[in-house]
Design a protein around this ligand. Structure first.
Ligand SMILES: NCc1[nH]cc(CCC(=O)O)c1CC(=O)O
Length: 289
């Protein structure tokens, strides 16, 4: 009897992370039909602590640490991450081996139309509106946008309030639609689309309006919209059978690499690395060839 080769893929447990991991799993399965690809999920620091603003976390890799651990102790063979969540300097024992084709990198604005009938854009939001985001970049861009809209205003914070919101996408959507804590929230379009909240006939989100923002007015976060497969670096393994096993895994994963996405993401990541930005500095990019 021939044994079936099994390759294990690590992922976070949030619905978006699971969608992304299944997406990678599907692409791998299509490319390598004789191998079985299994998903192994873990909660990360960023998932467990849903109160603290992201900019206040002390460690790097808020969304990656627990997955790094199971990759290094060989419980999984790779981990799927949003490029955006990866530190600009990885642990030297691992590397990005593959960038999956990038989707829309834009941000979007989510508006509860039960509360604001017919409002679809930021500029239509009434004065006094409360807008939720956890990102310093988005806060800065929102202020810039509102200042351009209200050149006569002394301080746009007197007109709109931009407030902290945390938690995974589902939690944030509940804060908008169920708890009605905000008039609008700002998120990455790609995540909202992957969870199918952009679908008009989706009963779960029937009062939700999703409007994609222009990347000229709202340049995006480094790596936004792209996924990466992170593997153990073959340089570090001492045991030669593990080393050749890992090299073999790498050569397979790298076949899914999208070179254009790699080019853009590496350019963006090297900028952030030079600025030593992480998520504590509001850096926004727009990258094209
Ligand atoms: N900040 C968390 C995070 N990390 C990646 C995404 C979305 C997917 C992506 O941008 O690739 C999100 C949610 C968001 O910013 O709305």
């Amino acid at each position: 009897m021939t044994s079936v080769e099994i390759i294990k893929i690590g992922t976070r447990e949030s619905p978006l992370a699971m969608w992304q991991a299944r997406h990678a799993q599907k692409l791998l399965q299509e490319k390598f039909p004789s191998i079985t690809f299994e998903l192994i999920s873990r909660k990360t620091q960023g998932d467990k602590n849903t109160e603290l603003p992201l900019s206040k976390f002390s460690d790097k890799g808020v969304f990656t640490k627990e997955l790094d651990d199971i990759l290094l102790n060989r419980q999984v063979d790779c981990a799927v991450h949003c490029v955006k969540d990866l530190p600009t300097v990885l642990d030297s024992r691992m590397e990005i081996i593959c960038y999956l084709k990038r989707e829309a990198p834009n941000d979007c604005i989510l508006i509860d139309q039960a509360k604001h009938k017919n409002v679809t854009t930021l500029s239509q939001l009434p004065h006094g509106s409360k807008i939720g985001t956890s990102s310093l970049r988005r806060k800065a861009l929102l202020r810039r946008f509102f200042r351009a809209q209200h050149p006569q205003a002394e301080n746009v914070d007197d007109i709109y309030s931009i407030e902290e919101i945390r938690g995974n996408l589902g939690t944030r959507l509940n804060k908008l639609l169920k708890e009605q804590l905000f008039d609008a929230i700002m998120l990455a379009y790609v995540g909202v689309d992957r969870l199918e909240w952009t679908k008009r006939n989706n009963e779960n989100v029937k009062d939700l309006c999703v409007t994609k923002l222009s990347d000229i007015q709202f340049p995006y976060c480094v790596g936004q919209g792209a996924l990466a497969l992170v593997c153990r670096s073959s340089k570090w393994t001492i045991n030669s059978s593990e080393q050749s096993h890992d090299a073999n895994l790498q050569s397979r994963f790298s076949q899914l690499n999208d070179i254009y996405t790699q080019l853009l993401c590496e350019a963006e990541r090297s900028l952030l690395r030079e600025l030593e930005g992480g998520c504590k500095v509001p850096v926004a990019v727009r990258t094209y060839r």
